[in-house]
Structures are given as structure tokens and as C-alpha cells.
Design a protein around this ligand. Structure first.
Ligand SMILES: [Fe+2]
Ligand SMILES: [Fe+2]
Length: 190
């Protein structure tokens, strides 16, 4: 559907594998925030039926992801971490334009790009992990985040002109690549 403009090198997984417990804590927080973001979307646009339905399903699915990551943490005898500020999400939110329609389109497209980054990085984690339940989980979650990426773009096409969406998506992809490549690698999703 679309390609990210910065490709995370496989060496990123070294930081993740060096402290996998911390990575799992960060991942759990990211899933919880993704669910909250979906609920915030449906609360802001109650008259957009297709969006409300899609965001209801998404909020539930992201909470299931959270529950699955929580299970991995508990199996490793690690507690849930404190929420940390996600510099990537904070920076990417700065691209949001004012205006009801512009803001709505940007929220959808930023959602798509964040999901795409999740898909990319969870795929890398799946590749880096040794055979076992954690590897299987990351392969499955990568596929799920790819579906979410497509969902957000489909929703944008539903509510806006395709050409306008494609132009704005290109701009957001360029901004996201610039943000992402400047964040040092740590045991975190972003
Ligand atoms: Fe998720
Ligand atoms: Fe997702």
C-alpha cells in the first residue's frame, strides 16, 4: 500500500535484544496508547459511523495486544513499566494541521504511518528472536499492525479525495523518516 521512507537497519535489534525486558515494557505501553488513541478517535468523530466501528474494533484489538505483551512480561517475572514519553510520537504529532478536515486527515495518516513503523520493527524483532513463543508472537503482531496500517489509509480514502490523501501521505512519510532516523536506538519500539 505504501512504503516507509526510512528503513530501520537490522542492527536496531541489537539494542532491543540487549534489554528485552525493557523493550517488552515499552511495547506494552505502546499497545495501551494505541488503544487509547483509537478510543480518542471515535470520541472525537461520533457522527462518522464507519470510523466509529473501525476504531471500536481497533481499540479492542490493541488491548488484546497489550494483554499478550503483559503475559510475556509476567512469564519473565517482570512488572509493567512506568509510562515514558515517546519522543517519536510527540514529534510526529507536530505535523497535525489545524482545521477540522485537515486535522482529521492527518490523524488518520499519522496513524497509518505509526502502524507501518510498528509492522516494520516487530518484523525485525521476530527475525532476531530465537525460535519460541516470543518469536511467534512478534511474527503474528507484525501482521496485525500491517492490517492496521492499511485500515487507516482505507479510512482516509473513505472520507477524502484519494489524490489529496496520497499527496499528504507522501509529506507525512518524509517527515516521519526524518524524525525516526534521528532517534538513537534503545530497547524501545521508537
Ligand atoms: Fe498493536
Ligand atoms: Fe496497531
Amino acid at each position: 500500500m505504501f512504503e516507509l521512507k526510512y528503513h530501520t537497519p537490522f542492527s536496531w535489534t541489537e539494542a532491543v535484544m540487549a534489554d528485552f525486558d525493557t523493550f517488552l515494557q515499552d511495547h506494552a505501553a505502546a499497545e495501551k496508547k494505541a488503544s487509547g488513541m483509537a478510543m480518542s478517535m471515535l470520541s472525537h468523530y461520533p457522527d462518522r459511523r464507519k470510523l466509529v466501528k473501525a476504531m471500536t474494533d481497533l481499540a479492542l484489538e490493541e488491548m488484546i495486544h497489550f494483554k499478550q505483551v503483559l503475559k510475556l512480561l509476567i512469564d519473565r517475572d517482570v512488572n509493567l513499566g512506568n509510562d515514558q514519553k515517546d519522543p517519536y510520537v510527540k514529534k510526529i504529532r507536530a505535523v497535525f494541521r489545524n482545521g477540522r478536515d485537515e486535522f482529521f486527515m492527518d490523524r488518520l495518516l499519522v496513524g497509518a504511518v505509526i502502524e507501518a513503523r510498528g509492522h516494520e520493527r516487530f518484523s525485525l524483532v521476530a527475525q532476531a528472536l530465537p525460535d519460541g513463543k516470543e518469536k511467534e508472537f512478534y511474527a503474528a503482531i507484525a501482521k496485525s499492525e500491517e492490517k492496521h496500517k492499511n485500515l487507516f489509509v482505507e479510512l482516509a480514502y473513505e472520507y477524502f479525495d484519494k489524490n489529496e490523501v496520497d499527496i499528504r501521505l507522501e509529506e507525512i512519510l518524509i517527515a516521519e523518516a526524518e524524525i525516526c532516523k534521528n532517534i538513537p536506538f534503545t530497547a524501545a519500539l521508537h
